[in-house]
Ligand binder design. Structure first.
Ligand SMILES: *[C@@H]1O[C@H](CO)[C@@H](O)[C@H](O)[C@H]1NC(C)=O
Ligand SMILES: *[C@@H]1O[C@H](CO)[C@@H](O)[C@H](O)[C@H]1NC(C)=O
Ligand SMILES: *[C@@H]1O[C@H](CO)[C@@H](O)[C@H](O)[C@H]1NC(C)=O
Length: 320
C-alpha cells in the first residue's frame, strides 16, 4: 500500500546528501580589487568541502592559469598571486573550486591603479631660483613618483639632454634623479629642467641658475657685540644672528661652555631655530650668564681655495 513512497524518500535523501559535498567558497559574491601598477595582487579563494576541492583559476582571457609561471603563482591554500601588474592584467578572474560532487565559482574584478608623475610632490610644472657661487658643487634634487615609475631626463641651458643615470665630466645624474653640478662656471647660468614622464603624462621642475662670480662673505651689522640684560621676570630671551652673505650663510651658535648648536638643534632650554639664525633661551637664569657666539659661514673663500670662512658675533648676557 505504501510502495509509491519509497522512491520519494530515496530521492529526497539523495538530494540532501549530494549538496553538502560540493565545495563552498566563502565570500563568494563578486569582488572588486585595486592594486598598484608594478606590484603584486593576491586573490584568496577559500573553499570548504568534505572531499578536498581542486582550485582552478581562470584569467580574464578565459585561460586556465598555470600554478607557477613568471606572471602567476597559486599557493597551496588556493590564493592566486599576479606579479608585476600592468594594465593588461585588469579584468575578471574566476576561481573554480571543484570536486566530484560539483563546482563553486567566485569572481574577482581586478583594477590596476596608475598615477601621473609628480616631482618633489608636485604635478605639472614648477620653478625654482638658485643662486650658486663660482666653483661650487651643487645638487639639484628631482625626486619623481608615479605609477608606472617615471623616466627622468634633465636638460641643460646648452640644450643637452641627460638621461638617468648619467656620468659626465662636470655633470652627473644620480639614480635618485638628483643632478650634481661640479665646479660651477659663469657659463652654466640658465635653466636646468628636470622632466619626469610616464605614459599618463609628465611633470617638470625648472631651476633657474644664477652664478655669482664672487661670493660675499657673511657680514654682520655693526656693532658686532651686543649686551643683553638678564631680566628679573625670567622672560624668554631671543638672540639674533643677522648676518647676510652670498649665498645665504649657515649659522652656528656656541654656548658659554663651548657647546655648539647647529640649526634646528634643541638642547634643554636652548633652541637654535632652523633657517633664521635665532637662538632662543627659555626661562633664562643667572646660570645662563656669559658669552654667546654666533658663527656664520658660506662658501665664500672656497672659490679662492681657502677654508670655509667664519665670521662671528658675540652676545654678552649680564645680570641687570
Ligand atoms: C641622491 O643621490 C646622491 C648620490 O648618492 C646623493 O648625494 C643625494 O643626496 C641624493 N639625493 C636625494 C634627494 O636623496
Ligand atoms: C653646556 O651647557 C649646556 C646648556 O646648559 C648643557 O646642556 C651642556 O651639557 C653643557 N656642556 C658641557 C660640556 O658642559
Ligand atoms: C625664527 O624662527 C622661529 C621658528 O620658526 C620663530 O618662532 C621666530 O620668531 C623667528 N625669529 C625671527 C627673528 O624671525
Amino acid at each position: 500500500m505504501s510502495i509509491p513512497q519509497i522512491p520519494f524518500i530515496f530521492l529526497f535523501s539523495l538530494s540532501v546528501q549530494v549538496m553538502p559535498n560540493s565545495p563552498q567558497i566563502t565570500s563568494k559574491e563578486q569582488v572588486t580589487m585595486w592594486a598598484p601598477f608594478g606590484q603584486s595582487a593576491q586573490m584568496k579563494c577559500d573553499a570548504t568541502s568534505v572531499l578536498p576541492p581542486t582550485i582552478i583559476w581562470i584569467s580574464p582571457r578565459n585561460e586556465i592559469i598555470p600554478s607557477s609561471s613568471v606572471k602567476y603563482q597559486i599557493l597551496n591554500d588556493g590564493t592566486l598571486i599576479i606579479k608585476k601588474l600592468t594594465l593588461a592584467d585588469q579584468g575578471k578572474y574566476a576561481c573554480v573550486a571543484r570536486n566530484p560532487a560539483g563546482d563553486n565559482i567566485k569572481n574577482v574584478n581586478l583594477l590596476v591603479e596608475v598615477k601621473g608623475p609628480q616631482i618633489n610632490g608636485h604635478s605639472g610644472r614648477s620653478e625654482n631660483k638658485i643662486l650658486a657661487v663660482y666653483y661650487q658643487t651643487l645638487l639639484l634634487d628631482c625626486k619623481a613618483e608615479g605609477k608606472p615609475e617615471p623616466q627622468i631626463t634633465w636638460t641643460t641651458p646648452y640644450g643637452m639632454s641627460l638621461p638617468t643615470p648619467y656620468l659626465g665630466g662636470r655633470f652627473q645624474v644620480h639614480r635618485n634623479g638628483t643632478l650634481e653640478l661640479r665646479g660651477i662656471r659663469k657659463t652654466d647660468e640658465g635653466r636646468f629642467l628636470c622632466i619626469a614622464k610616464n605614459y599618463l603624462g609628465e611633470a617638470s621642475l625648472a631651476f633657474d641658475l644664477e652664478v655669482a662670480s664672487l661670493a660675499e662673505k657673511p657680514i654682520f651689522p655693526v656693532p658686532n657685540i651686543e649686551v643683553l640684560p638678564l631680566k628679573a621676570d625670567g622672560d624668554d630671551i631671543s638672540l639674533e644672528c643677522r648676518a647676510t652673505g652670498k649665498p645665504k650663510p649657515e649659522f652656528l651658535w656656541i654656548l658659554p661652555n663651548g657647546t655648539a648648536l647647529n640649526p634646528g638643534m634643541k638642547l634643554q632650554r636652548f633652541i637654535h631655530y632652523l633657517g633664521n639664525g635665532t637662538l632662543h633661551i627659555t626661562q633664562p637664569g643667572v646660570i645662563d650668564k656669559g658669552v654667546y657666539r654666533c658663527l656664520a659661514k658660506n662658501v665664500a673663500g672656497q672659490a679662492e681655495k681657502l677654508m670655509k670662512q667664519h665670521h662671528s658675533i658675540t652676545v654678552l648676557i649680564l645680570q641687570s
